[in-house]
Design a protein around this ligand. Structure first.
Ligand code: F0G
Length: 463
């Protein structure tokens, strides 16, 4: 028999299951009570009442056998633990910055960075700030400015790098507010709030040129660096066939520093870091670190966490893993698109984003179509998603409320956690929500905190 060299159509999960966690099946009546008790906010649900949890891809992935083994190597020495050196070397192999500052998660790195660099009268440009990044900028009374390219705000535009930063807009901002008022330029890879869309190497180079011209430091918010690098390999001219780790090093070489959540692409359940080349900045950040996180060789982490992250970083740049990861997210997105459910195209790396504004055109933005759809997906099938729209971004620092630029519902895919049949079930649940779409009603907010309201706000249905 001759064996055909043709690859198979099915891209399988490149692992088999080693330990299982039971899922709890609950009745529609139970779900209705649970979501009412939760004030129609899926963040307030008990995870046990959720069947398929697509709330986030953050810290919810499955660790590998080798990561669990690495945890046993964790050395809990307060200072200079071997786990720290292993972690530092794994980080600098991909991101060769001079200073690596471990934190308990990404927002701690942001908090430290902006408490040093932010302040009233300052402006921080980004392709799109993630919610905690924006909040950490704004809590210093600096202004967070989103400068993603116009195609990145159009859910149906099939630009291959919809996360790119609008370089002309960046330059215009520098001229308007003055380089001295821009302490750092951020680029988020992939652009989470804009649909998990990648940023090209060419765009990073152009941003770098502007930063160099005006003497501005460039930092990556690099949570999903490996997925971004895979898209570069797949889509950018001249990048096909390259080693993803080399592409990651190219991305890093264009920046002066980074913030990171190890709960995403590094495949850990907790962790993060801040990195930079500037000695003075590193010293100022370490001083805050010691006050708020811990000693510089462990930051906010246990030695065992540092080990899990180091091993996760090796696995994160595996081509076999990334091919499966990106393909399995596209599998869900393409199925929804075929059903006529409006999704952001092309499909992003870690999540599928339903355009709730078009899905529920009868619900105006400030009656929160994204929230209404997230509630409907939970009620219909126990699927937990999250709103990325006017609930998340509608409340401005001056207290006014304005619609967000898009009303999205994100179905975030935890890494290596769900199988294809789980995803087939999610597709069916979305189909059922679509059948009921005309009956869905908007919501009003009955409680909200002053900042980051989406996490704890409570709602009541309208009508
Ligand atoms: N930056 C981006 C782009 C993120 O997506 C996140 C977290 C952070 C920073 C903060 O990192 O959670 O470790 O403090 N995103 C999660 C999400 C929570 O669901 O998208 P963290």
């Amino acid at each position: 028999m001759t064996v055909s060299p043709q690859p198979f159509r099915t891209v399988i999960e490149p692992f088999r299951i080693h330990a299982v966690e039971p899922l709890r099946m609950v009745t529609p009546g139970h779900r209705r009570r649970a979501i009412t008790d939760a004030g129609y906010n899926v963040f307030n649900l008990r995870a046990e009442d959720v069947l398929i949890d697509l709330l986030t891809d953050s810290g919810t992935g499955a660790m590998s056998r080798d990561q669990w083994a690495a945890i046993q190597h964790g050395d809990e020495s307060y200072a200079g633990s071997p786990s720290w050196y292993l972690f530092r070397d794994a980080v600098t192999e991909l991101f060769p910055f001079r200073h690596i500052i471990p934190t308990h998660q990404g927002r701690a790195a942001e908090k430290i960075l902006f408490s040093v660099l932010g302040g009233p009268g300052k402006f921080v440009p980004n392709n799109t700030h993630f919610d905690t990044t924006r909040a950490n900028v704004e809590s210093t009374r600096a202004e967070a400015v989103d400068l993603v390219i116009a195609e990145g705000r159009d859910p149906r535009h099939r630009h291959p790098f919809k996360g790119n930063l609008d370089v002309a807009a960046l330059e215009a901002l520098v001229k308007r507010v003055g380089a001295e008022n821009i302490p750092v330029v951020m680029v988020t890879v992939t652009n989470n709030s804009g649909g998990g869309q990648p940023v090209s190497l060419a765009n990073l180079r152009e941003v770098r040129q502007v930063c160099t011209r005006y003497g501005l430091p460039l930092f990556l918010d690099a949570c999903r660096f490996a997925e971004n690098a895979w898209f570069i390999r797949e889509r950018e001219e001249g990048q096909a066939g390259r080693d993803v780790a080399d592409i990651v090093r190219d991305m890093a070489s264009l920046a002066d520093g980074m913030t990171m959540s190890a709960k995403k692409d590094p495949l850990a359940n907790i962790g993060g870091w801040l990195a930079c080349n500037d000695d003075d900045l590193a010293e100022a950040c370490r001083s805050v670190l010691i006050l708020t996180e811990g000693f510089p060789t462990y930051g906010g982490l246990a030695g065992r966490d540092l080990e899990a992250i180091a091993q996760g970083l090796h696995e994160a740049v595996s081509h076999e893993y990334l091919r499966y990861r990106i393909r399995s997210t596209a599998y869900l997105g393409e199925a929804l698109d075929r059903l006529g459910i409006p999704v952001i195209l092309p499909i992003g790396g870690h999540a599928v984003y339903i355009d709730a504004g078009s899905f529920l055109p009868h619900i105006p933005p400030l009656e929160y179509p994204g929230q209404a759809l997230a509630v409907a997906l939970y009620e219909a099938g126990g699927v937990r998603s999250s709103e990325i729209g006017s609930v998340m971004f509608g409340r401005r620092p001056d207290g006014t409320e304005q619609p967000a630029s898009m009303e999205l519902v994100r179905l975030a895919i935890p890494r290596r956690t769900y199988t294809q049949s789980h995803i087939d079930y999610v597709i069916e649940v979305c189909e059922r929500a679509r059948a009921d779409a005309a009956q869905l009603r908007g919501l009003k907010i009955v409680y909200e905190p002053r900042q980051l309201r989406h996490f704890t706000a409570r709602f009541e249905p309208l009508g």
